[in-house]
Write a protein that binds this ligand. Structure first.
Ligand SMILES: [Zn+2]
Length: 299
């Protein structure tokens, strides 16, 4: 891909280095709670609470974070988490992701008059979202509750090494797929499917989620089509990279890798062939109206 030197999105939240501590309140010790509660309920406490609220408002920080840092003897620090040192490779991946996100903004703003730009959250280890907390082992995901795409950039390493799906366009496809879920939030289709949960059998619900996933692949293809027309960002071999990735991360392939056999009923993303087919259809047509995976006679 010819991605370098292009616009990077400002809708990126860098939370790398803040995850996987496993402690609430940023390392807040429970043994400090009792004396703190006593102080809070005294007159001095009320004064302190007011003071902390003012300080936290000025600093834009959670007052509990400031209190815990004061109690741990660190004074009022300027950073709320341990410094995170990204490798040059990670920095390049972060720049790349922000560039691809910007590219999806340009395409979808043109294709949809009511497009709202989602936020991309970069994290390491674990992260909390409006959809609950998640570890990077789950892979990248989109949370409709806060309209954010979450990704631990180490997933791209995994794709290359474990899933044998290397290449920057394969990575762009992953981001575009998650943005596809965001478009499904805007069109209301994901909510419709969500509402069926518990009302239809688990097997039937699974079929609906597969259709949702394949539509996200289709939308990633539509993005690639228009991105190429608008910005000529793709190079020879890029399409194959995305198709190879769609092939590698199909549920049948993933399940074979993890358990050695394929169990079609528990598919939630679609088979490798289905994922490739829908991405390709979006890429070939560039026509959003052709992505109705729900009424398609065959997937
Ligand atoms: Zn998905």
């Amino acid at each position: 891909m010819k991605w370098q030197g292009r616009r990077q999105s400002s809708n990126v939240e860098d939370r790398r280095g803040q995850g996987s501590s496993g402690q609430g309140f940023g390392g807040f010790s429970p043994t400090l709670l009792a004396p703190l509660v006593k102080i809070l309920f005294s007159k001095v406490g009320l004064f302190l609470v007011g003071g902390f609220l003012v300080v936290s408002l000025i600093m834009g920080k959670n007052p509990l974070t400031i209190i815990s840092q004061l109690l741990s003897g660190g004074g009022v620090p300027t950073e709320s988490s341990a410094p995170y040192k990204a490798s040059p490779e990670d920095e390049e991946l972060a720049d790349f992701s922000a560039t691809i996100l910007a590219n999806t903004e340009d395409v979808w703003n043109q294709l949809m008059s009511n497009y709202r730009e989602p936020t991309l959250v970069l994290f390491t280890g674990s992260v909390s979202s409006a959809c609950g907390s998640a570890s990077s082992a789950m892979g990248p995901f989109y949370c409709p509750g806060d309209e954010k795409v979450y990704i631990d950039l180490s997933f791209f390493d995994d794709m290359e090494r474990r899933l044998n799906a290397p290449g920057d366009f394969a990575q762009a496809y992953v981001i575009a797929h998650e943005v596809g879920h965001h478009i499904q939030k805007i069109t209301g289709i994901s909510e419709k499917v969500q509402r069926l949960r518990g009302q239809v059998s688990e097997k039937e619900y699974n079929e609906y989620s597969v259709k949702l996933e394949l539509q996200a692949d289709f939308l990633a293809g539509v993005w690639a089509h228009h991105s190429q027309a608008m910005t000529r960002i793709m190079e020879t071999g890029d399409l194959e990279e995305a198709l190879n990735a769609a092939n590698a991360i199909g549920d049948d392939r993933l399940q074979k890798q993890s358990s050695g056999r394929v169990v079609p009923d528990s598919f939630t993303h679609g088979t490798s062939a289905q994922r490739m087919r829908w991405f390709k259809k979006g890429f070939d047509t560039g026509d959003v109206s052709q992505g109705d995976t729900f009424s398609a006679s065959s997937l």
